[in-house]
Design a protein around this ligand. Structure first.
Ligand code: M6R
Length: 610
């Protein structure tokens, strides 16, 4: 995830910026840069940027000491718009008069880019951020606050910004909406930062900006303003976290932090693609003719990403009426698949580097297939080699067990299915509109589920000593329990298996005995009665049943020992809601078993060998 640091004061700014950025390295990044004002009003601002590690920036600047000046901004970038290159690295400049660093996503940057080009601005990067630098320049008539207010009024999306104006040496500005930004004060100067660890070595005295608040740092003080340009008061607090706790945002583990980041990650993935009630996927670069010409989809992936494909199969077939086959990437190319013309290959991968998924993609390309990838890491191998790419906006995921990347992959699949359905005319307008609306509600509903965390923690206590857990579901719920079982086994080391509930009686039910743990997911209206019968079957054989079902389905309490309710949505979207309690359950079981949640044994975050 991108990181921001800004400083003004009495010390050498470049050193402080580099140290601050180093403290944000754990978040992951692919390029970095700083811009320091030399202290002379009107002197053009210059950015120093590198692709790759911060060390390259240190080498280029003699550890910062070759850059004169006592105020500046710095950034570590996790690519979203445009590949990781020097040109796309921040800070971005507008004619040397304005420099900007940015976290977040500007949804309307394409429109803004066109408007600014028409006003004579030229662009050096592919980023959404450069539009902000030019907008600030355009509105800067000598009053920085006014320029900031006018600029942010034109931005759709999320942002935390650090800003320098060349004619305001010694001043650093910041503003935010839906992306965090803090301000901090010390005797030696003042700071802005996206995260606490960046400033902890200098001060613990911080305040958290609220949405649409502006901060102006000067060496001897900090001022805050609202969007009317009026001064506001902010309360400073003393941060008591150590560096390790600060890196995890106060959460005990990255996994828990990432579970809680899901509403934001979903919002960031979905919102830029919704305009006037329609799914817009122009960045995918697929024409409507191309979409109509696809007569089959072959999906490949590994692990949790494969579970996403299992979900996507149901959703794509139901909404867009395109037949979908799903293969484990490690199996696909070795089974000599028969691939009919018009079959599109879809690869799903968080890292974009998973060896089996990459090999499957290459196999598909060799067969002449059109290849679409859903990837989180911009510029990764799979993203580079695929013909079309749908980027998820989960940000970097650090815990080995995937949570927010999985959720955003689901969101990408939903949007593709809805888009294909509209283009291919397989959904009527009313159903389409209802689904788009329900999609936009998912981030908030995930937030609601997270409020019930304590109950999942309590339930985890009951499951912590179990030896085996059976996860059952039908239809889309079967796809969800595949992920639930993997989450539990990979971080708790409890043997957990997922079964299509209807399959139980063909063998597995012989394992069910008094005390067996069964987790049943029941959200699909048409399959509810049948799923309840399966729950009754296992209950009658002595299993303890935890059921996950939708709000209002209270009849479930007659059959299950514990019931967890999730908010109502369209049937195809339940996997996004169901997975959250399952993640929490796995997390708290792992915690109570004393396991290293973020780094479970024998596993790596990215599996780059076959
Ligand atoms: O980076 P990828 O999405 O290609 O990784 C695929 C799997 O290795 C990954 O989903 C794995 O199963 C997760 N650690 C499970 O939590």
């Amino acid at each position: 995830m991108c990181g921001i640091v800004g400083y003004t004061g009495y010390a050498h700014a470049a050193n402080i910026l580099l140290d601050g950025l180093e403290r944000l390295e754990y978040r992951g990044y692919d390029s970095a840069g700083i811009c320091v004002s030399d202290g002379n009003a009107g002197h053009p601002l210059k950015a120093i940027r590198v692709k790759g590690r911060l060390q390259a920036l240190r080498d280029l600047t003699d550890n910062g000491s070759s850059v004169e000046g006592t105020s500046g901004i710095g950034h570590t970038r996790w690519a979203t718009h445009g590949e990781p290159t020097v040109e796309n690295a921040h800070p971005h400049l507008s004619g040397g008069r304005v420099a900007v660093v940015h976290n977040g996503i500007i949804e309307n940057y394409m429109e803004l880019r066109e408007t600014l080009k028409a006003r004579g601005y030229t662009f050096q990067s592919e980023t959404d951020t450069e539009t902000i630098a030019h907008l600030l320049d355009y509105y800067d008539k000598g009053d920085p606050l006014d320029a900031i207010v006018r600029t942010v009024m034109h931005l759709r999306g999320s942002f935390a910004l650090g800003i320098l104006f060349s004619d305001r040496p010694g001043e650093v500005y910041g503003v935010r909406r839906d992306s965090p930004l803090i301000a901090a004060s010390s005797e030696n100067g003042n700071f802005i930062a996206s995260d606490v660890p960046a400033i902890l070595q200098y001060t613990r005295n911080v305040t958290y900006l609220d949405n649409m608040e502006i901060v102006c740092l000067k060496p001897d003080g900090i001022s805050f303003y609202n969007m009317d340009g009026e001064p506001i008061e902010k309360t400073f607090t003393t941060v008591s976290w150590d560096v390790e706790a600060a890196e995890k945002g106060g959460y005990a583990h990255f996994m828990l932090k990432e579970i809680h980041e899901q509403p934001k990650a979903m919002e960031d993935t979905i919102r830029p693609h919704i305009r006037d009630g329609q799914i817009v996927l122009e960045e995918l670069g697929m024409t409507e003719d191309e979409i109509r010409s696809i007569n089959r989809i072959q999906m490949v992936a590994c692990g949790s990403a494969w579970h996403v494909c299992m979900t996507a199969k149901y959703v794509m077939e139901r909404l867009a009426k395109v037949p979908v086959d799903v293969d484990l990437a490690s199996e696909f190319r070795y089974r000599n698949p028969v691939l009919s013309p018009g079959t599109m290959l879809m690869v799903v991968s968080q890292s974009g580097e998973t060896a089996d998924s990459l090999a499957a993609l290459r196999y598909g390309k060799d067969q002449g297939m059109l290849c679409l990838a859903i990837v989180n890491v911009v510029g990764s191998s799979i993203a580079r080699e695929a013909d079309r790419v749908f980027y998820t906006s989960a940000g970097p995921e650090i815990a080995v067990a995937t949570t927010k990347a999985y959720s955003t992959q689901l969101a990408a699949c939903y949007m593709l299915a809805l888009h294909f359905a509209r283009v291919r005319g397989t959904m009527d307008e009313e159903a389409y509109a209802k689904h788009v609306e329900a999609l936009t509600r998912l981030p908030g509903q995930i937030g609601e589920i997270l409020q019930g965390e304590a109950r999942m923690q309590w339930l985890a206590g009951k499951y912590a000593n179990t030896r085996d857990a059976f996860f059952i579901g039908r239809g889309l719920d079967y796809a969800s329990v595949l992920e639930g079982a993997l989450k539990l086994k990979e971080i708790s080391y409890i043997h957990a298996e997922a079964y299509a509930a209807g399959e139980l009686k063909h063998g597995t039910i012989s394992l069910i005995e008094k005390g067996s743990m069964v987790l049943a997911v029941a959200t699909q209206k048409d399959l509810l009665e049948k799923e309840v019968s399966n729950i009754v079957e296992v209950h009658a054989r002595g299993a303890t049943v935890l059921a996950l079902t939708m709000d209002g389905n209270y009849a479930m309490e007659d059959e299950a020992d514990f019931t967890v309710y999730i908010p109502r949505t369209e049937d195809v979207f339940y996997p996004s809601l169901v997975v959250v309690p399952l993640q929490l359950l796995a997390y708290y079981v792992s915690l109570s078993r004393g396991i290293d949640v973020d780094k479970p044994r024998n596993l790596a975050k990215s599996v780059t060998v076959e």
